[in-house]
Design a protein around this ligand. Structure first.
Ligand code: GLN
Length: 494
């Protein structure tokens, strides 16, 4: 389709591949591109609340430097000039990193997270830090201590969470690329709710150095973008081995963004009856079935698989994640980082007052749940049992993935729920995560791609899962669906 040169205000709509061509040819500068996005954020973000901090000066400085180097024929990185939004859970040197918590409201890290180092080395332009559920605990971004984020498709609805700011920023064209983190679905579910692509890499594929820890055995950082290829590009630029994260895998990083164009021959897609049970919204079910048909029409074989332990994922996750959280968050004690209460009687009282006033309800709930599950007398019955279930879930996937190349499922049981609808019912909120938690428990890569809209006009995602370190396959399979559909080209009217 021929495109005419758009006005600056249309730049945020231009696909990443085309932006890269224009930037490389010099017909577009990094400064122009950054300014167009900063302008859009300034005009529209008040009504969405995606950004917690916009680093206008830093972004323009980085963009000027890239333009200068390019003009002088000096080398630039693979993302040169592309704006990126960072979830406020990754440390940024000199820029506040709050985790959307009062506890870290004034915390300014002295170093960059590994992913931030890599993004800067790739010459991405960091626009700022985006909203999230406090310490990434939640599925709606309503647990942010500062404000909720709204869904760009309907402001009465949640953008999902915990990376709701990242997904909303990409959907609203505030940034073509965003970084999120996913402990139990926090990249995939908001991507689905906002109609964008979000990928949770294999556990260990992306270094967690500089990621504020929630549940260390589950946490992964990953990319969000509007299409598969730019998701692949962002993953390519942040994946790789980092000795500062002892769980980081020492495996080659394939050229995902080039290889994703290659369809998978003889594709076998698995689907599990367990994923189409009670409580699945009709529009979501039809969208997933339609997506399966898209694969079938390309010659893929659809294979029914068994995931007998899938039904225990919510119970296992909501023991393991809070247990690890209760341990990780012990460092927020009024001494090491962040907030300290002003009034207290003695040391123990200082801890209690500090944590009491600076942590939100959901974070406290997790700390209490986790402390309980780890305490003597309960450890074997809860934490240890959950670890055993986790192993069984992994075995289910290992077996299923011997027979199929990828597994397709819903991302969430329904499209974006309303703000306020679930936030006062923690159990109902936890149950919304049933489709995404298993990938974290099993360490598998997973992606959410746009797969349709509900009758109310809200986006619906399709989840695809693949064996460990098969991100390349996952992206190729995702691209096969994207090539045949145009869901990813729709945009919300703001
Ligand atoms: N919604 C899940 C939770 O509240 C997952 C969060 C996440 O992936 N960070 O724990």
């Amino acid at each position: 389709m021929p495109r005419t040169t758009p006005a600056a205000s249309d730049l945020p709509d231009v696909p990443v591949v085309e932006l890269l061509v224009r930037l490389a040819s010099g017909s577009l500068t990094a400064v122009e591109l950054a300014e167009a996005h900063l302008e859009r954020i300034a005009q529209l973000d008040d009504s969405l609340g995606a950004f917690l901090l916009v680093d206008r000066d830093g972004a323009l400085r980085a963009a000027q430097d890239i333009d200068r180097r390019r003009r002088n024929g000096r080398p630039v990185g693979m993302l040169a000039g592309l704006p990126v939004a960072l979830k406020d859970v990754v440390c940024t040197r000199g820029l506040p990193t709050t985790c959307a918590s009062r506890m870290l409201e004034r915390f300014v890290p002295p170093y960059d997270a590994y992913v931030v180092e890599r993004l800067r080395a790739a010459d991405a332009v960091v626009l700022g830090k985006v909203n999230m559920d406090e310490f990434a605990m939640g599925s709606s971004t309503e647990n942010s201590a500062f404000r909720p984020t709204r869904n760009p498709w309907n402001r009465e609805h949640s953008p999902g969470g915990s990376s709701g700011g990242s997904a909303a920023a990409v959907a609203a064209r505030f940034a073509p690329l965003a970084i999120g983190s996913d402990t139990g679905g926090s990249i995939r579910q908001p991507a689905a709710f906002c109609g964008v692509v979000g990928l949770k890499p294999t556990y260990g594929r992306v270094s967690r150095y500089g990621l504020v820890a929630f549940a260390s055995s589950l946490d992964q950082i990953g990319p969000l973008a509007r299409d598969v290829k730019s998701t692949a590009l962002l993953l390519e630029s942040i994946a790789g081995h980092d000795p500062r994260d002892s769980t980081s895998l020492d495996a080659d990083v394939p050229p995902y963004s080039r290889n994703c164009e290659e369809p998978v021959r003889g594709l076998r897609i698995g689907f599990a009856r367990a994923h189409f049970g009670d409580g699945l919204d009709g529009d979501v079910e039809s969208a997933v079935r339609r997506a399966l048909d898209v694969y079938r029409s390309q010659g893929a074989q659809l294979v029914e698989i068994e995931l007998p332990h899938a039904k225990y994922a919510v119970a296992a996750y909501y023991l393991i994640a809070p247990s690890e959280a209760s341990s990780n968050l012990a460092r927020f004690d009024g001494v090491h980082y962040g907030h300290r209460a002003e009034r207290f009687e003695n040391l123990v009282d200082m801890f209690a007052a500090t944590r009491g006033e600076a942590l939100g309800d959901e974070v406290k709930r997790r700390i209490m749940l986790g402390t309980y599950a780890l305490s003597a007398g309960y450890y074997d019955a809860y934490y240890l049992k959950a670890l055993k279930v986790r192993r069984l879930i992994r075995q289910d996937f290992d077996r299923a993935l011997e027979r199929v190349d990828a597994i397709a499922s819903p991302v969430a049981p329904r499209p974006a729920f309303r703000l306020g609808e679930l936030v006062n019912d923690p159990l109902a909120m936890y149950l919304e995560d049933l489709y995404t938690l298993s990938a974290n428990l099993a360490g598998l890569p997973g992606i959410s791609i746009p797969a349709g809209f509900s009758s109310a006009g809200l986006p619906i995602g399709l989840q695809l899962l693949a064996p460990p370190l098969e991100e390349e396959r996952l992206l190729r399979v995702a691209r096969m669906h994207e090539r045949e559909t145009d869901w990813h080209e729709r945009r919300p009217e703001l």
